[in-house]
Design a binder for this molecule. Structure first.
Ligand code: AP5
Length: 219
């Protein structure tokens, strides 16, 4: 059975942290649209320049740009046993697009599709955002307060200097929350109506959330 997971939840609710663990645990590819877009920005491609102009304002990047990246990935051999998709879809239009992509690629497959929604008290999220760091080489996510690296500002695995995301300022984070509630939050009902929505209490430590996530995926 092919396993397909998508994740919903506000910025910094822990999607990246948990989806990275889940993909390794299930031996499935972790497809994270935020990181894919930041790679394009780092390479200074045309797509990257367009993406940056939206990410810096806390807005969604235009649908066609993201859909073309996602469509190629999901149709690739890497995803033949399924995927852990983090950061897509983020609007009703993107969710409808994902339905079309999946209908095309899964024509001969039995699929177990789950939309996992991280429910969380939002007042703690700004604190997580302004303390986030990540490794520019392996992508490991750290937090100065909640998941510090062993040696300050150095990745535990790669020993290179950790980076702070350009959109992890308090000002841009507030815009990202507005965008989330306007455009992404309605997807909770979209997937509930399809009977594929699984809610997780995303409050608590990384390990507590991981245990809850494993309970849900083993359903
Ligand atoms: P993206 O990179 O996807 O950002 P996001 O959705 O805002 O999510 P975050 O990465 O901020 O948070 P997260 O939930 O992954 O939390 P994390 O695990 O890192 O997207 C960035 C931008 O790209 C968007 O604003 C948009 O412009 C664009 N974009 C992306 N996808 C798009 C799409 N489909 N369409 C259009 N535009 C798109 O955790 C956060 C911090 O908290 C970390 O420091 C972590 O260590 C810590 N932490 C995690 N869990 C816990 C815990 N349980 N307790 C304490 N600390 C924790």
């Amino acid at each position: 059975m092919k396993k397909e997971f998508i994740f919903l939840g506000p910025p910094a609710c822990g999607k990246g942290t948990q989806t990275d663990k889940l993909a390794a645990f299930l031996n499935l590819p972790h497809i994270d649209t935020g990181s894919l877009l930041r790679n394009e920005i780092a390479k200074k491609t045309e797509e990257g320049l367009i993406a940056k102009s939206h990410i810096d304002k806390g807005q969604l990047v235009p649908i066609d740009l993201v859909a073309s990246i996602i469509e190629k990935k999901l149709a690739s051999d890497e995803c033949k046993n399924g995927y852990v998709l983090d950061g897509y879809p983020r609007s009703l239009e993107q969710a409808e697009k994902l339905d079309i992509i999946n209908a095309n690629i899964d024509i001969n497959s039995n699929v177990d599709f789950k939309a996992i929604y991280f429910e969380i008290d939002t007042q703690i999220l700004i604190d997580r955002i302004i303390n986030r760091q990540s490794c520019p080489v392996c992508g490991e996510i750290y937090n100065k307060k909640y998941k510090p690296s062993k040696f300050e500002n150095l990745c535990d695995k790669c020993n290179v200097a950790l980076k702070t995301r350009d959109d992890d300022t308090e000002e841009i984070a507030k815009k990202r929350f507005e965008t989330y509630y306007e455009q992404t939050a309605p997807l909770v009902d979209f997937y509930k109506d399809k009977n594929v929505l699984y809610r997780i209490d995303a409050n608590g430590t990384i390990e507590e959330v991981w245990t809850r996530l494993l309970d849900v995926i083993n359903l």
